[in-house]
Design a protein around this ligand. Sequence first.
Ligand code: PRP
Length: 213
Amino acid sequence: MTTTKPLTIAVPKGRILKDLIPLVQRAGLDSTPLQENDRRLVRPTADGAFRYVFLKPDDVPTYVEYGAADLGVSGRDTLLERRHDLYTPLDLGIGRCRLVVAGPEDTPIPDLPRVATKYPRIAGDHFASKGVVAEIIPVHGSVELAPLVGLSHLIVDIVETGATLRENRLEVLETVTEVSTLLIANRASYKLRSDTVRPLVERLRAATAAARR
Ligand code: PRP
């Protein structure tokens, strides 16, 4: 008897799951393991064809690049910042938001601004492309706090509803890039497991297109 290794799909814990579940269902895939409310990090589907692994969003591309997962779900922001060696076969059309430069309302910006961000590489490239010499200060979260207490003049961060900026009296100064969530694939898996991977990608593609209509 031959046993086929289940296809491993890396999914980010957190807010994107609520949008991912209906998409997976629309694609006709078993979403039950995504909905279970427990602490298991590896969750196989009932038929054993797939297993989902649950990760911090920033770690998803790492697992896929190294082949510990065949496919994954990752934000374009993370992929731009980390620049992993991966395939990105499909924009899933969920998790839409913007990466922006923001600062305190009605406050002049100095010539050499300090910029706090979870995206030091993207922010550095952005200011360099404009010929602005900015000091980039890496932080890991609650980025909006930085200008409120004098850590930085500006931030580069994700805006989704805009509520966090508004409630902290910050305003968008410019958009760096639009962000959405992509399906990512390990390069070897995409070729060597194409019999399983390609149909799955096509089902997700159809589900994504249906969601847009
Ligand atoms: C993200 C982002 C903003 C916020 C934007 O933070 O960094 O802070 O969401 O969302 P909004 O425009 O809908 O208010 P997250 O909630 O992931 O937590 P963090 O601050 O700890 O990074």
